[in-house]
Write a protein that binds this ligand. Sequence first.
Ligand code: DGT
Ligand code: CA
Ligand code: CA
Ligand code: ZN
Length: 583
Amino acid sequence: MPRANDEVARALNELAVLTEIEEANPQAFRVRAYQNGVRAVSGLSRDVSTMSAAELQQVKGIGKAIASKIREQVDTGRMGKLEELRQKYDPGLLDLLKVPGLGAKTVQLLNDVLGIKDLDGLRSAIDEGRLRDLPGLGEKTERNLKKALERLRETSHENRMPIARALPLAEEIVATLDLLPAVQQVEYTGSLRRFRDTIGDLDVLVASDDPEPVMAAFAELGLVREVIAQGPTRASVLTWDGLQVDLRVVEPAHIGAALVYFTGSKAHNIQLRERAIKRGWTLNEYALSDAETGAVIAGATEHEVYDALDLAWVAPEMREDAGEVQAAAAGELPDLVTVEDLRGDLHDHSDWSGDGRSSLDEMVAAAAERGLSYLAITDHAENLRINGVDRAGMLRQRKELAQLQERHPDLRLLHGAELNVGRDGSLDYDEQFLLGFHWCVASVHSHFRLEPDEQTERVVAAIRHPAVNVIGHLTGRRIGKRPGIELDVEAIFDACVETGTALEINCNLDRLDAAAEVVRDGAARGVTFVVSTDAHHTQELDYHRHGVRQARRGGLDKAQIANTWDTDRFLEWAGAKRSEVRT
Ligand code: DGT
Ligand code: CA
Ligand code: CA
Ligand code: ZN
């Protein structure tokens, strides 16, 4: 998405949430209009900053009022109405709206009557039993809210921000600072560069000989709510959505050492420092230097630092002290995957099912345009509550796909489905019908609260089905929103290896499922993986860039990723499992 669109969508979204509080009604006309605006802007491939108000109004979901707000944001970097609401409502109220069971009406009531402005306020009010006497609430609601708060605390990893929210913010900050003439290089570092799935605070590093304008521009960023601390070369700010961002400006000659230091992890840094000490050197955020003379040995680039320590350069995603330093010393780091290595995508939706937003031919054309060699269309199968495709629909789609195949000779199209793993491990349709697909993903979309052994059994049953090629988003987690199902992953790995079934690395930032630790352990067991976008829109085909980082974080060698294989090898592997049943 163009960066201006991202910024506008975020502002409209905040406007929708704040308006919901103002109107005390999530169905209010203005709320819905803003939400439609968010969707419209997010789905737009044109850069909104290049569009006039009249052109904007031509877009479905954008009316006159929203068009003028978009222009205001683009022209002035601010949205007056949003600023006004930000003044009026405490940011903590936004957190309250995220508590399951708390709507805008209740949030406003809590605010007006009890003066509750944030999660902490709500927690103490519940502990003191002050909620039960409010009109329309009662003891049961109080109990439910208490539970919801506990759950929220668990899933939000003590206020860590999910990567899906942190990454776009970081990319926006980096892109904005990168425009400054004083900036030679700018990178986000810390846990985000390591691609952890939640972020405590965001660390940004700039190389510059002239820190002053950089510090000034940083404090002036539109997304900054408050400057917490500011010095000549470092500053900390708080963004409107509650993320702390630490900026550090260093001289260009030190940027390599600083990148290593501020990327971390702490444990990885300690390993590096120990190697330096053994050689009579010191390693800090400025340089690798001789401990006695202070002479600089390395510091301008990361590669230089690792090289001097007799280590292969370690990809940031792997820097967790999980054996990567030893592997780098022995020359045994895995051959990690890049976006260019991925030749196909194997989990893609169209507007035939669920919430797919692009048509079949748009999806196929977009995959062809990206130079993919193969693509599996895997619309939702019939058991999904929201608009799964029935048998007749699937057969019609197969015909359409065959016609599209003729128009795209260089892109091998596979007709597939995303099946729903039932409570007992059963799947949609019947075995004969399922064997008619070229490729099936099976995913858990229901029954998230079963016991671990029941969950394991149902997923293993799906793995054992002859038509199932891969398990989609293994646990169904939504990072920071919903924990995944609990599984005995060892049993899953064994079943996968035994049957030639793959595990998916789902590229959606909300999911990143299987988790990196599972990828690492599965890789060691010999499990085959696929990196899949789960695209619901043509633009989401670009999500491969996230999935490869997740694969790297799992230390996965690209040889173990089936969609890096060429078409012939891939098709042979994908066909092997089902042909075993047929013979
Ligand atoms: P987070 O923010 O909790 O998601 O995790 P990080 O890893 O981003 O941690 P943060 O922000 O405290 O520090 C960023 C990096 O700076 C960290 O990964 C390593 C480095 N660092 C910070 N403090 C220390 C320290 O005391 N010793 C060493 N060796 N490195 C440190
Ligand atoms: Ca951090
Ligand atoms: Ca930090
Ligand atoms: Zn899907």
